[in-house]
Design a protein. Sequence first.
Lengths: 479, 403
Amino acid sequence: MPETIGFLRPRQAVLDRRREIIADLADLLPEGCLISDERGLKPFETDAFLAYRRLPLAVVLPETTEQVAAVLKYCSRYGIPVVPRGAGTSLSGGAIPQEDAIVVGLSKMSRILDVDLFNRTATVEAGVTNLNISEAVGADGFFYAPDPSSQLACTIGGNIGMNSGGAHCLKYGVTTNNLLGVKMVLFDGTVIELGGKALDAPGYDLLGLACGSEGQLGIVTEATVRLIAKPEGARPVLFGFASSEAAGSCVADIIGSGIIPVAIEFMDRPAIEICEAFAHAGYPLDVEALLIVEVEGSEAEMDAMLQGIIEIARRHGVVTIKESQSALEAALIWKGRKSAFGATGRVADYICMDGTVPLSQLSHVLRRTGEIVASYGLRVANVFHAGDGNMHPLILYDINDPADAARAEAAGNDILKLCVEAGGCLTGEHGVGIEKRDLMHHQYGKADLGQQMAVRAAFDPQWLLNPSKVFPLEGRPAA
Amino acid sequence: MIVHFEPASEEGIATVVRSAAAERVTLAIVGGGTRSGLGNPVRADRTLSTRRLSGIVTYNPAEMTMSALAGTPLAEIEAALAANGQMLSFEPMDHRPIFATTGEPTIGGVFAANVSGPRRYVAGAARDSLLGVRFVNGRGEAIKAGGRVMKNVTGLDLVKLMAGSYGTLGILTEVTFKVLPVPPAAATVVVPGLNDAEAAAVMAEAMAQPVEVSGAAHLPESVRGRFIDGALPGGAATVLRLEGLAASVEMRSEKLVAALSRFGPGSKLDSAETKTLWTEIRNVKPYADGTARPLWRVSAAPSAGHQLVAALRLQTGVDAFYDWQGGLVWLRMEAGAEAELVRRYVRALGGGHATLVRAEGGARAGIPAFEPQAPAVAQLSERVRAALDPAGIFNPGRLAAVA
């Protein structure tokens, strides 16, 4: 497809020194930690934002923080861009490299360093997967709360880079609310530690700033995260509605009533059909919209909470209510929801939007989204975290048809502008990456963006870390 | 002569700042002034107050968010929330009792100092509730960061950066924050007679139970009588708060008492007593003693808090009580501040931060109020500060490493 998003022009001086750089990196790293042949580089040329690809100059896979520091020190000395990478599951192109860049992959740093149940913390290397943390402490009755749908593959380092969310954030918050500390390598190889097991370090909240900075402020190599006691039980319940608007206003009323379930997920008819065909989760196929509402606690507590939710749903004309009757059914319900993107990928190519809107705007934005996509002659499936207004319209298109792809991208941009106009934001959990970089001026004024860029430059004055991402290429301060 | 600016608008503030930056005139930024004792003393040419920048801008209870101008009195905000059955989940501490200050705390001051209370340990700090800000930076530009939605990863999180920056990066003009429903019922389980180490173990065990404890504090014998008019049972009191629907609180407190039964018979406080107790814990009532005796606030790993106190007791006269499962230690020194000793033990016990909250003038001038940072972090922080306030005009000295 034709590329509408530009990358920084590769630095010729770096490309010219390719062989020398590879030889130097080989000296800095143990055997088996450097990839420089084209076949080996191929898997690193993109992430889950598949429309854009760039072969990097080399990939390094360090085994220690010291090795990451040595590579960054070297790269800053010679002005070589660096692109950090976890599992490469970014939906916004956050891990896509460029021709003059060294990819620093954290996949070999995958040890759990410390589980401290007394203080309810886990300290892990950046390449540990999100799910691994919960699995490591599950038998003791704890879990790590943020649960992006890619949690089987995505790494905690990537989660910190993107401040990832997930279905259960409504109650437990996103990554930044569950992150206690990091070890981070700065652009010049300096290693710093921020936060730790003691809460609320004085001084500027650099930990909060680093979380969600998309690999532009440094490379996180270790993280300390908060563990939470697992609830006694959890029960997802399906609520089917005859219209998306009814489901949307039901969500706003549930939250407005003061009941805060653990999760409220939304699917429209196309999404229900796609997910049901994939997961056989027992979703009703005769409704226009479906809410998955999960409550947790003891049986009696869940019953009490559900009673309140059911009353509200009835007021909004709910047509089907189905409670999961077993752990297996509950697992299937979540499997269907969490496989939504993958299942959609089986029936069509898609681009996934991630705008967040105030709950009062949910129904309006859903309706307008449908109209916008239809006006481009395309189809949309909606599957998202309704409880916090974080929408994920999947715009279906054919990646092999350039005109179709261009229409999908244009429709996506219109939807994101709509989200901003409705009082929301461009991205709730997937990050700006390259995807939404050129839309940033829709959300922020010139001074707002200038201030963010000045702070970024305080961390990386040469703009070497993930340089093509997040900020529009024009208007950057001179390095 | 100190000139006092009280602009009534964001633009008015920006105008003052632009001319101050041009003339390198430094500004002390104040809200209600009730927390001016926090941090190192500020030496500035002029004072700028946000007092006239007051009022709730938008409040939509169904969306659980509120926007307010920075100088809005906290009391006005809490009253508006209470009228709708909502609250600030992070329970901001009122510093007036320990500082013996008067006046009205402002919402801007709450976020500028990232002021939290007992529920912080499970529900997050003030910074976790802050969704968006407007502020005037050191160039006199009005900057917007974040927004009014719960999930937002669009660009760098300058919102977090502004929270807890004590007015040294910019002047907050408007804050947008998340609010939560007030739990319909609350109770406190009291386990009596534990020593500090036993209490730490009990609190850790309580937090590991699926009962959603929303407050875990230990009040040793020396302070116990100061709470709820002496109504707590004799000896030390380890207190665990549960909140939620009435029936659920009832069930969970029974479960918790059963789970902790080997530590002795637990008793229970009702909703009203619970409210009073945790407000008093939040406001550090035992040390609101009208004195300037040195008061430390130490944040450490919960397992380290009681060890710190035990180690200090061998060296000096100290009284202490614990919040946040034992990880927040309030230390009142009987004589000198003993900064070197306190900070050495905090480091030796795995790290944390000792903040000197109160001391008489001489000690306060000689001791950095905040835990000194590692050199690389301090240098980075200084570069960040310069990116927001290049002329260094805001609250000079407040966060200084060297007093």
